[in-house]
Design a binder for this molecule. Structure first.
Ligand code: SF4
Ligand code: SF4
Length: 136
């Protein structure tokens, strides 16, 4: 299975190596898609967990026992690419680089693998070409 989660680390455990422990002990690959971590303050990671379902479940239980709040990302981004006029506005708000401009073709490039479903582009696009939907 392959699932995305928001991991929130309370300030007192923000320096604990929970993610590396998961990879080491549960045979689960952890891709960090986005990180906002500062020592002494609450930290947030957007992670993708990939592995056998049983191992992912165990790794989530371990993270929660360690004090991490784990919330699944249940939404996905939908994009009406055919109507895009390549104005580039959305690329300025996409901090994960899921939206970039191809400077040679002057086309918007969307990489769903990098999207952390933050919703910023939904608000930014003047033509309203993005929407969020629940994962099926
Ligand atoms: S929701 Fe939009 S702004 Fe946020 S990461 Fe995905 S493409 Fe980028
Ligand atoms: S803001 Fe909308 S119209 Fe402009 S490049 Fe992004 S998706 Fe296309």
């Amino acid at each position: 299975m392959n699932k995305r989660y928001i991991f929130t680390f309370p300030p007192d455990i923000v320096n604990r190596p929970v993610v590396s422990e998961i990879a080491k002990h549960f045979d689960v690959m952890v891709n960090i898609l986005n990180a906002d971590v500062t020592s002494g303050r609450e930290g947030k990671l957007v992670v993708e967990l990939e592995g056998e379902e049983d191992n992912v479940v165990k790794s989530l239980a371990y993270a929660r026992e360690s004090g991490v709040i784990c919330i699944p990302l249940l939404k996905q981004l939908q994009f009406d690419q055919d109507s895009c006029v390549a104005c580039g506005v959305c690329t300025a708000v996409c901090f994960s680089d899921a939206l970039t401009m191809d400077s040679e073709k002057w086309e918007l490039v969307f990489d769903p693998e990098k999207c952390v479903v933050c919703g910023r582009c939904v608000r930014a696009c003047p033509l309203g070409l993005f929407s969020l939907a629940m994962e099926s």
